[in-house]
Design a protein around this ligand. Structure first.
Ligand code: PGA
Length: 253
């Protein structure tokens, strides 16, 4: 059975002290997760070790990095490698968030390299895809995300693709308060799963979690997550408010 995941994407927010208390507030609530449910906190690099030790005792709670570099090590000032993340016990990493694509020029080929290096170091990539408003208005969103998947993931083996989590995040819904309707989310998630089925077969594609991201809130999470192909969410703004993120966790199937 594929995993249902509530992933918090804190982005570049919180001081260390705020990060500690936000984590404590979510963890103290002791939402007990079903076997197939996971909660992942994608926190800024300086807080990874602290956050990982906070979740260490909690079953099915994990910490993710928000990015990593394509290379193992070397003269890349300011970058962080998958090997470093592995060495501090991190097992998840967001890859290809639209903000990385837009502000840091990350393209599909580079993201394929990032996915590869994560898998090499036993880190689950949470691979983000999604279209801009212009693409949605032109009606070519399905082709757009299909190309993102093909160029960054389709080289993976049947085994490795099942080690990836996919997050569909329409850019027009990120941080805008505009959420995709359940119909729009389900349609795109079904399309993504169909693309995976075409290449890998349904036994494999049924096993891959596809999260929705873009203005997921306490009030809409359960409805979005109830769609058959929506396996949880990648949550930005609402993950910074403990009570809201707790409700979102409770909305998982
Ligand atoms: P949002 O961000 O929930 O604030 O829209 C989601 C994301 O960018 O991952």
């Amino acid at each position: 059975m594929r995993k249902q995941i509530a992933a918090a994407n804190w982005k570049m927010n919180c001081t260390y002290q705020q990060a500690e208390s936000l984590l404590a507030d979510v963890l103290n609530n002791q939402v007990s997760l079903k076997k197939n449910q996971q909660v992942i906190f994608a926190v800024p690099y300086p807080y990874l070790i602290m956050a990982n030790s906070e979740v260490a005792e909690e079953e099915n709670y994990f910490v993710a990095a928000q990015n990593c570099y394509t290379r193992k090590s070397g003269a890349y000032t300011g970058e962080v490698s998958a090997e470093m993340l592995q060495s501090i016990g991190i097992r998840h990493c967001v890859i290809g968030h639209s903000e990385r694509r837009e502000y840091f020029n990350e393209d599909n080929n580079m993201l394929a390299e990032k996915v590869n290096i994560c898998l090499e170091y036993e880190i689950t990539p949470i691979f983000c895809c999604g279209e801009s408003l212009a693409i949605r208005d032109a009606g070519t969103q399905n082709d757009h995300v299909e190309i993102q998947l093909k160029e960054s993931l389709s080289h993976l083996s049947e085994v490795d693709i099942q080690r990836v989590v996919i997050a569909y995040e329409p850019i027009w819904a990120i941080g805008t308060g505009k959420t995709a309707s359940t119909a729009q989310a389900q349609e795109m998630h079904a399309h993504l799963r169909a693309v995976l089925t075409k290449k890998y077969g349904s036994l494999v594609s049924d096993n891959i979690s596809i999260l929705y991201g873009g203005s997921v809130k306490a009030g809409n999470a359960a409805e979005l997550f109830s769609c058959p192909d929506v396996d949880g969410g990648l949550v930005g703004g609402a993950s910074l408010i403990a009570a809201d993120f707790i409700s979102i966790i409770k909305g998982l199937k």
